[in-house]
Design a binder for this molecule. Structure first.
Ligand code: AMP
Ligand code: MG
Length: 396
């Protein structure tokens, strides 16, 4: 069976992904990191009145000149409404305060000599300077947040700025996870010879929690066909999406693929990438199953490249792709017949983004992931020389 190119696999899995959870209304405080389930339109202009961008003196540009002195007829702090500006006068004004009627310009306090009720304009700025016009951020009727948009703290703050107290969001997905492997034990248990601690459970758990999803950990299933079947059935019952780790290769001890086939169907299996080749997408009782390979780095890379965009789309998010960037390689590299995802670090150096790679790129080397802040991408058969442009995706 030919390996599927990564782009084709991502395209196919996004075509299969459809939002599955309902909507709920939540307070702004509970909405951070969630997916908006509605378009929100502003009912007000923001700001809702012309106001001063600086501490200074408000005046009518036509009536005042540089070098001249004027009486200061009012003092307007933020939150107060001043008197209409008197002819041939200035009003002391502070940042955020409403511009008084008949004034159109604010002269910053540094450009004014002010003593005993009189202000001399040392430097007159252009008309309308330092005035934040009504609606210059948001105009009433405009869309502030779109359905399917990620609610970042800035998006939630924007909702607050138009006076919203709540927002309709998608109910978070519930993801069931389980780990396969006779060799696995949990931290807290004594490690016997030939056993390993189950680190993938924590890797996947953490990745899902950082996406704001609910996680049900169903534990470890031994490398046994009928127990894998039972685990898959249970997982499909309790969750919207199932994620397994390990047991998706071609070995005699790998039972996930056969069990998924027995219970449902397989849509994708084996992708032309390194690490992460045996990634599997299937369906059991109408629930998607993402089978991640067991080596921790393979688990992570296939989560990042496949599971993350799939989960985002299933959560109802519109933007699901990671931003691909370019840096400058600090290493020579020759890719094999599959696209390679290297654990890298990017840093700014002499006006460029330099990409380093972790020395030991083995797919079981979890230390490389903790070190990395990006995955450098080298396409199949591509040769990279020091100084060449290299593609990367940021990990956070
Ligand atoms: P598998 O994909 O099941 O063939 O596993 C490939 C390698 O990853 C083996 O060395 C496993 O011991 C290791 N592995 C599988 N699952 C886990 C896990 N949950 N945590 C840590 N290592 C694992
Ligand atoms: Mg295994």
């Amino acid at each position: 069976m030919d390996l599927l190119p990564v782009e084709d696999a991502v395209k196919a899995l996004l075509e299969l992904a459809r939002p599955v959870t309902g909507d709920e209304r939540t307070s702004l405080d509970q909405s951070f990191g969630r997916t908006s389930a509605e378009d929100v339109f502003a009912q007000i202009d923001v700001p809702s009145f012309d106001n001063s961008a600086m501490d200074g003196f408000a005046g009518c540009h036509e009536d005042v000149s540089e070098g001249m002195s004027y009486s200061v007829s009012d003092r307007i702090p933020a939150g107060r409404i001043g008197q209409p500006l008197r002819k041939n006068s200035l009003a002391r004004i502070f940042t955020g305060a409403a511009i008084p009627e008949s004034a159109d310009t604010v002269i910053v306090q540094e450009d004014v000599e002010f003593s005993s009720g009189t202000a001399r304009i040392k430097k007159l700025p252009k008309k309308y300077s330092n005035v934040r016009r009504r609606g210059h951020d948001i105009t009433s009727g405009s869309k502030v947040v779109s359905k399917g948009e990620f609610l970042s703290s800035a998006a939630v703050a924007l909702l607050a700025s138009i006076g919203e107290t709540s927002v309709k969001v998608k109910t978070p997905l519930t993801v069931a996870i389980f780990s396969t492997g006779d060799e696995l034990v949990l931290p807290g248990e004594a490690l016997k010879s030939a056993q390993s601690y189950n680190s993938n459970r924590f890797l996947i758990y953490g990745l899902l929690r950082s996406m704001g999803l609910n996680v049900i950990d169903l534990g470890i299933v031994p490398d046994d066909y009928s127990q894998t079947l039972a685990m898959l059935l249970q997982a499909g019952e309790v969750a919207d999406v199932v994620i397994s780790s390990g047991g998706v290769s071609v070995g005699e001890e790998d039972h996930v693929k056969a069990a998924v086939r027995a219970l449902g169907s397989i849509n994708i299996w084996k992708v032309a990438m390194k690490p992460g080749k045996p990634f599997l997408l299937g369906e059991i009782n109408g629930k998607p199953l993402l089978g991640l390979p067991g080596n921790p780095v393979s688990t992570f890379v296939s989560f990042f490249v496949f599971a993350k965009p799939f989960l985002k789309a299933t959560q109802g998010l519109k933007e699901v792709a990671s931003n691909e960037l370019y840096g400058v390689s600090s290493f020579d590299f020759q890719a094999g017949s599959r696209r390679e995802y290297l654990r890298g670090r990017h840093r700014a150096e002499k006006g460029e983004t330099l990409i380093e790679k972790y020395a030991h790129q083995g797919s079981s080397v979890l230390s490389s992931l903790k070190w990395a802040n990006c995955l450098a991408i080298v396409d199949a058969a591509q040769q990279i020389k020091i100084g060449d442009p290299i593609k990367f995706i940021e990990l956070n």
